[in-house]
Design a protein around this ligand. Sequence first.
Ligand SMILES: Cc1ncc(C[n+]2csc(CCOP(=O)(O)OP(=O)(O)O)c2C)c(N)n1
Ligand code: SF4
Length: 288
Amino acid sequence: MAIDTGVRERTVEDYKSDEKPTWCPGCGDFGVLNAVYRAMRVMNFEPHQVVAVSGIGCSSRIPYFISTYGFHTIHGRTMPVATGIHVARPDLKTLVFGGDGDAFAIGAGHFVHAMRRNLDLTYVVMDNAVYGLTKGQTSPTSGAGFNTLTTPQGNPEQALNPMLMAVASGATFVGRGFSAEPAKLADLIVEGIRHKGFSFIDVYSPCPTFNKINTFKTYKDLVAPLPAEHDPADAIQAMHYANSMDPLYLGVFHRREAPTFGDQVLAQHSGDESAREKVLQSLFNRFS
Ligand SMILES: Cc1ncc(C[n+]2csc(CCOP(=O)(O)OP(=O)(O)O)c2C)c(N)n1
Ligand code: SF4
C-alpha cells in the first residue's frame, strides 16, 4: 500500500495496513498493536515519518500491520538495524519491536548497549515468556519449572528480570504495561516516545497457545499500578518495585534526563549539524 503523505489530523485507521494480523486468536499481541495504533494517533505522526523495526518472532511481525515504513530484520538484530536507521535518519521516528527471546536472549548484548548509549529510540518488547514462533521453548523470562517440549522436567533456569536489567544498564525511561489494558499501554508508549533518550517498555503479552502459566488470568490477578508516591527519578526505588513478584507493578518505573548518543556525538563536533552528513558520506564513499 502506498504511504499517505497528506498532512492532517490522523485517526487510528490511518495507521492500519492492509495486512491483517496472522496471530492466533486470543494472542496478547493484538492488544499491543491496538495500543501502538492509539499511541501513533495521539502523536499525530505522519506515517511516512515513522519506521517500525522488528526482529523475528510472532511479535516481530508487527511492522506488517502498521502503515509506516517497516524493517523486519533478523532474529536478535533489531538494535543494530534500528541504530543504523536512527543515526542515518534522525528526522524519522524509529520504533522498535520484538519478543522476549529476540530482546533478552539472542539480542541481549545489543539491548544492553543501546540503553547504555541512550539512543533516542522506543523499544516495545512483547513479553510472553516463551518462544511462540518456534512452538513453545523456554525464553529468558520463562519461570523456573516451566514445562515445555525442550524442558520436559521443568525449566532449570531462573527467569531474567528485564526491568532490573534496563535500569541497571542505564535506560533513561523504563516502563511496563499489559496488553489487556491497551488504553493505559498506549499512554505509556506515548510517554516513551516523548521521552528524549532510550525508552524501554516491557509488555505482558500472553501466548495462550504455548504458555499456559503466564496467562491473562495470571497477570490480571497480579498486576497493580505503581504506588502514586513512587518517584521515577529514583533508580533504587525503581529497582525495588521491579523486583516485586506480587504485585507485578505497571507504569513508569524509571525516568531521568541524560544526553543522548546524538547529543554526545554532536558535542564532539562542536555542534556542527553537518558533521553527521560528512561522516556518513565518507562511509558511503568507502563502501560504494
Ligand atoms: C539466528 C536465528 N536463531 C534462531 C532462530 C529461530 N527463532 C525464530 S523466532 C525465535 C524465538 C521467538 O521467540 P520471541 O522472540 O520471544 O518471539 P515470539 O514468537 O514469542 O513473539 C527463534 C529462536 C532464527 N530465526 N534465527
Ligand atoms: S504462538 Fe503464541 S505468540 Fe505466536 S501468535 Fe500464537 S498466541 Fe501469539
